[in-house]
Design a protein around this ligand. Structure first.
Ligand code: ZN
Length: 139
């Protein structure tokens, strides 16, 4: 069985940034994965936005995401030049210590046979220019 061969090309994605997501990208540029949490009631907010979904406070603090687990995934096989097969694994990554927030991210450097729901994930980075996008591996 083929292994995961690549993550999406960050330069092609064109990451949308706004005033609510900018702190996330500023942290990733420093190699830190943080999530927004309400400074009033400590409810995590994902996606980032102007109001807490629980208490409507506008106060937000960015805190370390903590350990990650594989919540769900799919495997995409894409024919590439030279008869090769590009294999990517888009996934839902969950942060149990951050209120169960889930983000979409790619799994990299992992044999397909290792993919398992609930597996502990190790943070890696997929970089292009100033953008540093979190990706994950199963060690
Ligand atoms: Zn709140």
């Amino acid at each position: 069985m083929a292994d995961i061969t690549s993550a999406p090309d960050v330069a092609e994605i064109g990451i949308p940034k706004d005033q609510w997501t900018e702190p996330f990208w500023q942290a990733t540029a420093l190699g830190e994965l943080t999530l927004p949490r309400c400074a009033s009631c400590e409810t995590y907010r994902w996606p980032p936005g102007p109001f807490c979904p629980s208490c409507r406070s506008q106060q937000v603090e960015w805190v370390p995401a903590g350990p990650a687990i594989l919540y769900s995934y799919t495997v995409v096989r894409q024919p590439a030049a030279g008869g090769e097969m590009k294999v990517i694994a888009p996934s839902l990554v969950e942060f149990p210590e951050a209120g169960g927030v889930r983000i979409v991210a790619a799994i990299v450097d992992t044999p397909l046979t290792s993919l398992a729901i609930g597996a502990a994930l190790t943070l890696r980075w997929n970089s292009s220019g100033e953008d540093n996008v979190p990706v994950f591996a199963i060690d």
